[in-house]
Design a protein around this ligand. Structure first.
Ligand code: NIG
Ligand code: FE
Length: 412
């Protein structure tokens, strides 16, 4: 099946294969073709160019897109989309003055979600999560990473990871799975954190690996959660079993997690709201990507990742939603892009690059996703009639999407 899209007002993020990660200055450029055509064949992008150079083509269908733009679908490289229930009460508690950390110290937060998850059947967890996945795909996300981390026991973690596998089978969205057993210390290990790390390494990790339930390993490295030493023990064991690190670091405190993650060749370090000079130096001497999560900063009222500083230091930046019930109950990547422009002073070009091609690298899907490139999957967003691509970021809170195509098929 060949479909030809014609008269595209502007075709964005047109790149060669392979498409390298964009660092520093290179993030400022968003290549595009005005008044363009795009040909897709079955599930893949076949060719594109200016309407002036449109060759004679035999196609099955033509779609005229005057006034509309086309850009690659979003890649969301950091989410906790599989969860049960919600944390609306903690939202109210925070309005009334408690901080995220204070709520966690009182046994709320991640442990609250863990309790709800324990009391939710696997089928119900799947149904709740599928609804969220379908919603974000209509908001333009066609590749997503999903973490475990609300199980905090062998049974609970496997239950979450099985739900992620079931979502993979059920959806056209490309899904990557991350094992986050070290998300919070369960109550029964409160006075013996080391024993929980042992339990993760000796009992949960081997099952996750033998059942092939995850490709990445994550740890919440933070004061009151897991120390750098805890993280290193887990990364040592998990990398030996073939999992690649993608870790939560520097959300509230800089405790040396970045240098340590770099030592373990982490694909990404995520959050980075608090960052010191040595963290930037560690990243400059590595292939590890910095992932910022602006909706978490927005929702919790904590500092934003100093994205300008990172880009000005020549680093690659990635944007993701952090979709989860506690710190970002939204997986809307359009809002992520807007918020990054408004609050982190990214240009629209930088933000779109960070949420497409760089984000594809941050979850190992850059061969198939993240740009309009012949041979990649035909995953793209057709916008409504908009004056420019900058308008997509400017018009915050509104979703200017007409149609989302995943693997060459329009979502209905
Ligand atoms: O990325 N900070 C750690 N984990 C999540 C929040 C999880 C939760 O509060 O449920 C985050 O912000
Ligand atoms: Fe997170």
């Amino acid at each position: 099946m060949k479909i030809l899209f014609t008269h595209i007002k502007e075709l964005l993020q047109t790149r060669d294969n392979p498409t390298p990660i964009l660092k520093g200055q290179a993030m400022k450029t968003l290549p595009s073709i005005k008044n363009a055509y795009l040909l897709i064949e079955d599930q893949k992008i076949s060719q594109f160019g200016s309407m002036d150079s449109l060759p004679e083509l035999e196609v099955d269908k033509k779609v005229e897109l005057s006034g509309k733009m086309v850009l690659p679908t979003w890649c969301d490289s950091h989410t906790h989309l599989v969860y049960a229930g919600n944390r609306e009460q903690e939202f109210i508690d925070r309005i009334n003055g408690l901080s995220y950390e204070e709520i966690a110290q009182k046994g709320g937060g991640i442990l609250n979600s863990a309790k709800t998850l324990e009391n939710t059947s696997e089928d119900a967890l799947f149904e709740q999560s599928l609804k969220r996945l379908e919603a974000v795909s209509h908001q333009g996300t066609a590749a997503i990473e999903i973490k475990s981390g609300y199980g905090l026991s062998l049974e609970g973690e496997l239950k979450m990871l099985r739900v992620i596998q079931r979502l993979k089978k059920h959806s056209n969205v490309t899904i990557k799975s991350t094992f986050l057993g070290a998300h919070a210390v369960p109550l029964q290990y409160k006075d013996n954190q080391t024993a929980y790390i042992d339990y993760i390494i000796q009992h949960i990790l081997p099952e996750v690996v033998s059942q092939q339930l995850a490709e990445y390993i994550d740890v919440f490295c933070e004061k009151g959660y897991f120390s750098v030493n805890d993280m290193e023990r887990i990364l040592e064991a998990a990398t030996a079993k073939g999992l690649t690190p993608k870790v939560h670091v520097n959300q509230f405190n800089a405790i040396g997690g970045i240098a340590s993650a770099v030592k373990y060749n982490a694909l990404t370090v995520d959050h980075l709201e608090v960052i010191e000079k040595e963290d930037i130096i560690a990243l400059q001497n590595s292939d590890t990507l910095a992932v910022a999560l602006p909706l978490c900063s927005f929702f919790l009222g904590i500092p934003y990742t100093p994205a300008r500083e990172l880009i000005n230091a020549g680093l690659p930046l990635v944007l993701a939603s952090d979709y989860n019930p506690g710190s970002s109950p939204s997986g809307n990547m359009n809002q992520v892009v807007s918020t990054a422009c408004i609050k982190m002073k990214l240009s629209p070009e930088e933000a779109i690059n960070a949420a497409t091609i760089n984000a594809a690298h941050a979850m190992g899907v850059s061969a198939t996703h993240g740009s309009i490139t012949p041979g990649k999957m035909a995953n793209f967003i057709v916008t409504k009639s908009v004056p420019s691509y900058g308008y997509l970021a400017y018009d915050f809170g509104n979703i200017n999407i007409d149609t989302v195509y995943i693997n060459g098929q329009a979502l209905s």
